[in-house]
Every structure is written in C-alpha cells, then in structure tokens.
Ligand binder design. Structure first.
Ligand SMILES: NC(=O)c1ccc[n+]([C@@H]2O[C@H](COP(=O)([O-])OP(=O)(O)OC[C@H]3O[C@@H](n4cnc5c(N)ncnc54)[C@H](OP(=O)(O)O)[C@@H]3O)[C@@H](O)[C@H]2O)c1
Length: 341
C-alpha cells in the first residue's frame, strides 16, 4: 500500500516537495482491531499546525518521516471487533494512507471511529457539511455569531469548507451573506450557491468591491483568514459587531511573530472604538445539534452540497499545498483514495 509521509517541515506555505510517498506492506488487524481501507481524506488547513518547529497552536508536532495525520472516511476491510462489520463506513483520523489499523477500545479523546450513515448523504459529507467543517460553520454562525434575520454577515475564505456552509446557514436564518474569496471563478460560484454579494480579495479593486458589497456595513464577521483581508473588513463593521474568530489561515506557517510590522495598535483601536465583540472558538463542539440541523436543511434543499474531489493518494500533497496558495475548488476539498466497495 501507499502512504504519504512528511519529508521536511514546510517553510511558509507547504509545497508538494515537503512530502514523500512510500510503499509498505498492508498492516494486519489484531484482536479488537479493524483494518480500514481509506476512501476519502480531508484536505484540512488545520493540519498545517502540526508541521512546524515553531508551533502556533496546541497541536502536537509531527516528526519528519511520520505518516501525515488528518481526518478520513474509511471502509472496514476486516473486523476483529464486535461492533463493526466488514463494509461499514466510518469517519476517523487515520491519516494519508491507503490502509490503517484502528483500535476502537483504545481510541483517543475523539472516541472510536464514528459510523457514517450512507443512506443519509454521500459518505464524503462526513468530512464536510456533515462533519467538522459543518459543525464549525454552525458554531460560528448560530452559537458564536448569534446571527438574526435581516443582519448582514461577511465571511472570509467563503469558498472553503466552513465558509461555503456558513454562508448558506446565514441565508437559512434570513440574513444577508457576503463572501470574500480569491478569484473571479470562485466568487461567481459563491453567488451561484446563494451568497448575496461577493468580493475578490485578489483583485486590485478589492477595497471597492468590498465597499459595494457592504453599503450599510455588517453586523457579523466570520473570520477564517486574518491578515489584510480582516484589516479591510474592520472598516465596514458596525458598532457592536460580533466577530466569531474561526481561523487565521493567512498567518499559518509564519510562526508566533507574524509578518511584522506590528499592526495590532490599529486593530486594538477598532476593537475599542467600535465596541467589537470578538470571540474565538475551536475544537470539537458539544453535541450533534449543528450536524442534525444541517442534515435537515440539506434534505429540504436549503443547503447545497459544496465539495471538490481530486483523485488518488498521490494528489494529496499538491491539493494540501493549493489550500494556502489559491485554487478554484469550491467547498470541502477531498482526495478520493479508493472507490467504495
Ligand atoms: N475553529 C475551528 O474549530 C476550526 C475548524 C475548522 C477550520 N478552521 C479554520 O477555518 C478556516 C477555513 O477552514 P476550511 O476548512 O474552510 O478551509 P478550506 O476549505 O481549505 O478553505 C481555506 C481557504 O482559505 C483561503 N485562503 C488561504 N490562504 C489565504 C490568505 N492568505 N488570505 C485569504 N484567504 C486565504 C483559500 O481560499 P481562496 O482560494 O479564496 O484564496 C482556501 O481555499 C481555516 O483558517 C481553518 O484553519 C477552524
């Protein structure tokens, strides 16, 4: 079988050359264990936190030579555990490899591999709308953002896994969704998905586009990015605006010092002068309420599935690299490692 290992720590944005493909024997499941065949792996920007000598988060650091970590959807190929049968589809964190062994009774704090109901939606959604990104979008818009009907919500990295669901939740709640994304194609795709207005942060007239999209300002800013995009948005936030702080991808790979010079003074001024309410959130959120709500909205046709799939384990390093340097994929970016049997 093939697997992808970390060859060396990336400098700045990850490059495909930071990874290496290896061929090794397929492992065997022992007593109480499962042999998992990977169907999909999630191309997940948070993995970047583990690939650094100068950790920017509480994530545990990977050593060069280790198999790349990350969320996956797998099919049970062989089971020596009474609760799982061959053919079951599960969501876990088995990493970038074609096969892996899981021990449900010795799993970490995330618990045993979660069974995925293939009748509910395509199994790939367990890594997107009906998985971590969906839960994150729900948390940011509903619980932290407390979005109400009639409010304008601006979302950075709106074409990504979290942003594309978040914007659609805003629409379900009766809000106005304004998306920021890179490139005309992605912005057009966001309008097609139901966003009310968009701004292309890579266009030379980004500031004008943002102003036109936010003529009366915004009550909520779901920030996935930080950096220049956030500095531009701050000028359009209304007094007392809420800012759920979901991620800061513009800084991943920069270390604690950031790009410099220090622009915190200007940021602090905006927080005070506009009485902004900024709240970070992270991790695994309580309960399945958000996922149940999204599944219901998908069934009613109010939330459309947004995912992009590239084929083959070998494509994983390039796909991961593209998340930090721009691509035209909409929604959750996945690598299809093998077809469902
Ligand atoms: N708080 C939590 O619990 C939690 C959970 C999941 C994710 N997150 C965070 O939420 C954010 C979105 O995650 P996701 O899963 O939706 O990621 P995703 O699907 O991979 O989308 C990320 C997008 O970010 C944009 N981007 C990358 N570098 C950028 C830059 N320098 N400036 C502006 N935009 C940039 C890119 O879109 P363009 O092509 O438009 O540039 C990229 O496609 C990330 O920061 C992630 O770490 C947080």
């Amino acid at each position: 079988m093939k697997r992808v290992v970390l060859a060396s720590y990336p400098r700045g944005n990850p490059q495909p050359s930071d990874f290496r493909i290896e061929e090794v024997a397929v492992p065997e499941a022992g007593e109480g264990e499962l042999l998992l065949r990977t169907l999909y792996l999630a191309v997940d920007p948070l993995i970047r936190f583990s690939l650094d000598e100068r950790l920017l988060s509480g994530a545990s650091r990977m050593e060069p030579g280790a198999v790349m970590v990350g969320p996956t959807v797998c099919q049970v190929a062989a089971s020596r555990h009474p609760d799982y049968a061959p053919g079951d589809v599960v969501e876990g964190r088995s990493g970038w490899q074609e096969y892996s062994v899981a021990a449900p009774d010795r799993s970490d704090y995330r618990g045993p591999p979660r069974k995925v109901d293939a009748a509910l939606a395509p199994v790939s959604t367990a890594l997107g709308a009906l998985g971590g990104p969906g839960q994150t979008a729900y948390e940011g818009i509903v619980n932290v953002g407390r979005v109400k009907a009639g409010e304008t919500v601006v979302i950075s990295a709106a074409g990504g896994a979290v942003g594309s669901i978040a914007g659609q939740i805003v629409k379900v709640l009766g809000g106005r969704a304004v998306g920021i994304a890179g490139g005309a194609a992605k912005c057009a795709a966001l309008l097609d998905l139901g966003f009310d207005a968009v701004a292309d942060y890579r266009a030379p007239d980004f500031a004008d586009q943002l102003g036109a999209a936010l003529p009366a300002g915004a009550e909520v800013y779901l920030d996935n990015v930080g950096g220049d995009v956030t500095l531009a948005v701050l000028a359009h936030l209304k007094r007392g605006a809420r800012m759920p702080m979901c991620g800061f991808i513009a800084y991943y790979g920069m270390g604690m010092e950031g790009p410099g010079p220090d622009r915190l003074p200007g940021f602090y001024r905006q927080i005070m002068a506009k009485a902004l309410e900024i709240r970070g959130f992270a991790g695994i959120f309580a309960g399945q309420k958000g996922l149940a709500a999204i599944a219901g909205w998908m069934k009613e046709g109010r939330i459309r599935l947004a995912e992009s799939v590239v084929d083959g384990l070998e494509a994983a390093p390039g796909a991961f690299s593209s998340v930090f340097s721009g691509h035209d994929h909409l929604g959750k970016l996945l690598v299809r490692v093998a077809p469902e049997a």
